[in-house]
Design a protein around this ligand. Structure first.
Ligand code: NAI
Length: 417
C-alpha cells in the first residue's frame, strides 16, 4: 500500500473514535448493511478529498463495503485526525494520504496521489480535487461523476459549469435539505463554539460575540453563542439576511462598528478578507479571531502580520499578534476552520445525514453514468426524503401521513372552502 499517514501505531485510538462515531451514525450504518449485500459499487474507483475525521471514516468503509476501490486524501491541512487515518489503513485496508499539519506542497501531493487510479467518481469538500483535475488533467480518464460536500465547493463548481468548462456531472450534496439544514446550522453552530472553547477556555457569557455572515452556518453559530449567554452581533452584506438576523433578535451592524466592541469574532461567509486591515487596529486588546468558513482567507492574516510587531504562539492552536498600537489579538487555528482545527468537527449525528446523502449519491451517479449533463445537479429529491425518513426512524419518531382526501385537496385548485 502507498498510504502516506503520520503513524500506523496510532490506529487503536483511531478505531475507538471511528466506532464511537458509528454509534451516532445509524442511517449510514443501515445504508452500509444494504450496500454490503448488493455491492452496487463493485469495481468502481473512488477518490475522496474530505476532512479525515471519524465520521468520514464511516462513510469510507461504507463505500468499500459496497465494493468500491477507495483512495482518501484530506480536504484541509489541519483537519486530519492522524489516529483515524491510521485505523483506516490498518483496520479497513484503505489507501489514505493525509497528515495533520502538512505543508501546501504535501497537501497537493496527497490530492494527486488519490487520483493515481484514475477514479470513476470523485468526492470533494471545497472542490480542490475537481479543480486539480480541471487545471492540469491529472487523470488519464475522465471521471463519470462527482459529489461536492460544502457551500464553497458548490460555488466554485457552479462557476466552472457557468463558463461551460465542467467536464463531468457533480451532485451538490450541500444543497440537500438533510445536509445544510442540519450539518451547516447545528453542526457548524455547535462545533465552532466547541473549537473556540477548547482552544481558549474563554467564558462566553457576557461577551460581545460577532458573527460575520448570517447564512446556514452563521445562523447556527449565532444561536449557539446566544445560548451560552453571549451578546451576539451579526455582520452581513445581504440585506434580507441582515433583516432576518434583526428579527431573530440579534444586533446587526457594519463590521467597522462591531470591530470596536467585539470580544470574539467568527467569520463564516465563504468570502475573502472579511476581517481585514481596516478592522484590526480598531479591535480591543485581547480580542479573539476565529474562522469557520471553508478557506483560510476570511481573516486577512497577511495584513494582520504586517500590522504586528510580533507574533507568538500562546497556547496550542492560539497565536498572539501584538500590534503596533500595543493591542494583542488572538488568532485560533491559523485562521483555518476552527471547528476542525481546534475541535473534532461536526458531531456524528449530523454527519450521519450528510454522508448518507453522499453514499446514496455515489450509487446514483454510478447507475446514471453517461446519462447526466455536465453540470452541478441537486441531490435527487427521493434520496433527500429517504435520508430524512431513515433519520426519523432511527430517532424512534413516527409522523403522520396525508390522507387520500388531504392529498386531493392539496393537489387541486378548484377546492376552496
Ligand atoms: P451561506 O451562503 O448560507 O452564507 C454565507 C453568508 O455570508 C451569506 O449570507 C452572505 O451574504 C454572507 N457574506 C458574504 N460575504 C460577507 C462579508 N464580506 N461580510 C459579511 N457577510 C458576508 O453559506 P454557509 O452554508 O453558511 O457556508 C459558509 C461557509 O462555511 C462556506 O465557506 C462553507 O463552505 C463553510 N462551511 C463550513 C463548515 C465547517 O465545518 N466549518 C460546514 C459547512 C460549511
Amino acid at each position: 500500500m502507498n498510504s502516506e499517514i503520520k503513524d500506523l501505531k496510532l490506529s487503536k485510538a483511531g478505531l475507538e473514535k471511528i466506532e464511537w462515531a458509528d454509534r451516532g451514525m445509524p442511517v449510514v450504518a443501515m445504508i452500509r448493511e444494504e450496500l454490503k449485500k448488493t455491492k452496487p459499487l463493485k469495481k468502481v474507483k473512488v477518490a475522496a478529498c474530505l476532512h479525515v475525521t471519524s465520521e468520514t471514516a464511516n462513510l469510507m468503509r461504507t463505500l468499500k463495503d459496497a465494493g468500491a476501490d477507495v483512495k482518501l486524501c484530506a480536504s484541509n491541512p489541519l483537519s486530519t485526525q492522524d489516529d483515524v487515518a491510521a485505523s483506516l489503513v490498518k483496520d479497513f485496508g484503505l489507501e489514505v494520504f493525509a497528515v495533520r499539519g502538512i505543508n501546501r506542497d504535501g497537501y497537493y501531493r496527497h490530492i494527486r496521489k488519490s487520483l493515481f487510479h484514475s477514479p470513476h467518481i470523485t468526492m470533494d469538500d471545497g472542490a480542490d480535487l475537481v479543480s486539480l483535475i480541471h487545471q492540469n488533467g491529472s487523470v488519464s480518464e475522465q471521471p463519470r461523476g462527482g459529489t461536492e460536500e460544502t457551500t464553497t465547493g458548490v460555488i466554485r463548481l457552479r462557476s466552472l459549469a457557468a463558463c461551460g468548462r465542467l467536464k463531468y456531472p457533480i451532485i451538490a450534496i450541500n444543497d440537500a435539505d438533510t445536509k445544510h439544514l442540519f450539518d451547516n446550522r447545528y453542526g457548524t453552530g455547535q462545533s465552532t463554539i466547541d473549537g473556540i472553547l477548547r482552544a481558549t477556555n474563554v467564558l462566553l457569557a457576557g461577551k460581545n460575540f460577532v458573527v460575520c455572515g448570517y447564512g446556514w452556518c452563521g445562523r447556527g453559530v449565532a444561536s449557539r453563542a446566544r445560548g451560552m449567554g453571549a451578546q451576539v452581533i451579526v455582520a452581513e452584506v445581504d440585506a434580507v439576511r441582515a433583516l432576518e438576523a434583526v428579527m431573530d433578535g440579534f444586533r446587526v451592524m457594519a463590521l467597522k462598528d462591531a470591530a470596536k466592541i467585539g470580544d470574539i469574532f467568527v467569520t463564516v461567509t465563504g468570502d475573502t478578507t472579511v476581517l481585514g486591515q481596516s478592522h484590526f487596529p480598531l479591535m480591543k486588546d485581547g480580542a479573539i479571531l476565529a474562522n469557520s468558513g471553508h478557506f483560510d482567507v476570511e481573516i486577512d492574516l497577511k495584513a494582520l502580520r504586517r500590522l504586528a510587531k510580533s507574533v507568538r504562539p500562546t497556547r496550542p492552536m492560539v497565536e498572539e499578534y501584538s500590534l503596533r498600537n500595543n493591542r494583542r489579538l488572538y488568532v485560533l487555528g491559523q485562521g483555518r476552520l476552527v471547528n476542525l482545527a481546534c475541535a473534532e468537527g461536526h458531531p456524528p449525528t449530523v454527519m450521519d445525514m450528510s454522508f448518507a446523502n453522499q453514499a446514496l449519491s455515489v450509487v446514483y451517479l454510478t447507475r446514471q453514468a453517461g446519462k447526466l449533463p455536465k453540470d452541478v445537479a441537486p441531490v435527487p429529491r427521493e434520496i433527500d426524503q429517504r435520508v430524512a425518513r431513515l433519520k426519523l426512524k432511527t430517532l424512534g419518531i413516527s409522523i403522520d401521513q396525508l390522507s387520500a382526501e388531504q392529498k386531493k385537496y392539496l393537489a387541486s385548485w378548484e377546492l376552496g372552502t
